[in-house]
Design a binder for this molecule. Structure first.
Ligand SMILES: Cc1cc2nc3c(=O)[nH]c(=O)nc-3n(C[C@H](O)[C@H](O)[C@H](O)COP(=O)(O)O)c2cc1C
Length: 343
C-alpha cells in the first residue's frame, strides 16, 4: 500500500489506485512507498519508534502499528490483538505515536475482537481519527477465529459507516480473491470504505490487482505464471546475491511462496467462477504438464519448480512450509502459531 503525506489513500473512484500505490513516477509507474509496520504494547516504546522514524529516516510515507497479530508470542507481551482487550491502551498508543511522528501519517490494523462473540472494534474505531490515526485497517475476524469461517463484511461495512461520520478512512480486509469480491465489498460498504487490503489473494494470484483494475477474471497461462516466478527468482538473486548462499536464500523464499501459489485454480478449468478463498479445491489435471505441476500441493513438486528456475540445490533438501496449512480455514485450536499468520 502507499500513502500520501498527511493523507493515507485518496478516495478515488478507482479504489484500486488507492490501495496499490500512492505515488507514481513520470512514466506513471508506481513508486514503492517507505512504510514501517511495527508491533508493540506500550505507548512510550512506540512513540520512541515514531520519533526515530520522523527524525532519523528520510521520506517515510507512513508508520503502521499491527494491533491484530494473533500469535501468543506477541499477545503475551500485551501487543497485537491483545490490545483489543484494552482500548484505552490502544488510544494512548495512537495518541503518543501520532504526536511523535508529527507530519508522518500513522495507521494501524486490527480485528473485530479478541474472542468470538465479543466484537469490540465498533465501539471505538470511529474515534481513531480523533486520536491521530490517518487510517485504520479492519480484518473482519476475531483473534480466536484465526482463518476459520469467512471474514465478516457486514461488520466491516457497519464500522465503515461509523468511521465515515467522523471522516476516518477505514480499509476493509478479509478473503478478497477476485474483482467481484472487491466490487461486492466496496459496494456493500455504500462507499464508506476508503479501500480494501489484500493478503493471501496477493500471494496466491499476484495478478489479482490487474483483474481488479481491468474488471475481469484472467485465464492466465501456466507459462505466464512461470514467468512471474522467474521474475521473483531474478529479484531474489539481485537482492541476496548469485553465490550459493544467495541462491539458497532465494530458493527458500520461493518455496514459501509456492506453498501459496499452488492454491490457484485456472479460470479455464474452474466450474463456478470465481474461485473462493476458503475453497480447498480437489486435485485436478491442468491443460498441460506445466499447469498440473504449478497446481500440485506436493512440496517435492515445488522443489522441482525451484530447480527449473535456480538449478538443483548443492545437496538434497526437504521443505516444510512455515505456514503449514497455507492459511486455509483451520478449526479453532487446530492451527499452529505460524498458520495463524501475523495480522
Ligand atoms: C504469510 C502471511 C503473513 C502475514 N503477515 C502479516 C503482517 O506482518 N502484518 C499484518 O498486519 N498482517 C499479516 N498477515 C495477515 C494479513 O495481512 C491479513 O490480515 C489476513 O491474511 C486476512 O486477509 P486475507 O484474507 O486477504 O489474507 C499475514 C498473512 C499471511 C498469510
Amino acid at each position: 500500500m502507499g500513502a500520501c503525506r498527511g493523507r493515507f489513500a485518496s478516495r478515488t473512484p478507482d479504489g484500486f489506485q488507492a490501495i496499490s500505490a500512492g505515488k507514481y513516477d513520470y512514466r506513471g509507474y508506481a513508486v514503492p512507498s517507505k512504510q514501517y509496520s511495527v508491533c508493540g504494547g506500550y505507548p512510550d516504546a512506540l512513540a520512541r519508534v515514531g520519533q526515530l522514524l520522523s527524525q532519523e529516516c528520510e521520506a517515510v510515507d507512513f508508520m503502521d502499528i499491527n494491533m491484530g497479530c494473533p500469535i501468543d508470542l506477541v499477545c503475551d507481551k500485551n501487543a497485537g490483538s491483545a490490545l483489543l482487550r484494552q482500548p484505552k491502551r490502544m488510544e494512548q498508543i495512537v495518541r503518543a505515536t501520532a504526536t511523535a511522528l508529527g507530519e508522518v501519517p500513522l495507521t494501524f490494523k486490527t480485528r473485530k475482537g479478541f474472542n468470538d462473540g465479543e466484537d469490540v472494534a465498533h465501539t471505538f474505531l470511529h474515534k481513531a481519527g480523533e486520536w491521530g490515526a490517518a487510517a485504520v485497517t479492519l480484518h473482519g475476524r476475531t483473534r480466536q477465529q484465526r482463518y476459520s469461517r469467512l471474514a465478516d463484511w457486514d461488520y466491516i461495512a457497519q464500522v465503515g459507516r461509523n468511521c465515515a461520520t467522523t471522516g476516518l478512512q477505514l480499509v476493509g480486509n478479509g478473503d478478497v480473491f477476485s474483482y467481484t469480491d472487491w466490487n461486492a465489498h466496496m459496494g456493500e460498504s455504500g462507499g464508506h470504505l476508503a479501500s480494501l487490503m489484500i493478503g493471501r489473494g496477493a500471494l496466491i494470484k499476484p495478478w489479482l490487482f490487474t483483474e481488479i483494475k481491468e474488471q475481469r477474471h484472467w485465464d492466465i497461462s501456466a507459462g505466464e505464471r512461470l514467468d512471474l516466478y522467474r521474475q521473483f527468482a531474478a529479484a531474489g538473486l539481485e537482492h541476496w546475491g548469485s553465490d550459493s548462499r544467495g541462491v539458497e536464500s532465494t530458493r527458500r523464499f520461493l518455496l514459501e511462496w509456492l506453498s501459496f501459489t499452488h492454491r490457484y485454480v485456472p479460470v479455464g478449468l474452474i466450474e463456478v467462477l470465481p474461485q473462493a478463498m476458503n475453497h480447498r479445491p480437489p486435485a485436478y489435471r491442468g491443460r498441460n504438464e506445466l499447469e498440473s505441476l504449478l497446481g500440485s500441493d506436493d512440496p517435492q513438486d515445488w522443489l522441482r519448480i525451484s530447480e527449473m528456475l535456480l538449478g538443483p540445490p548443492p545437496a538434497p533438501i526437504s521443505f516444510a512450509p512455515k505456514h503449514k496449512s497455507n492459511s486455509y480455514a483451520s478449526p479453532p485450536g487446530g492451527a499452529s502459531e505460524a498458520d495463524m499468520a501475523r495480522g
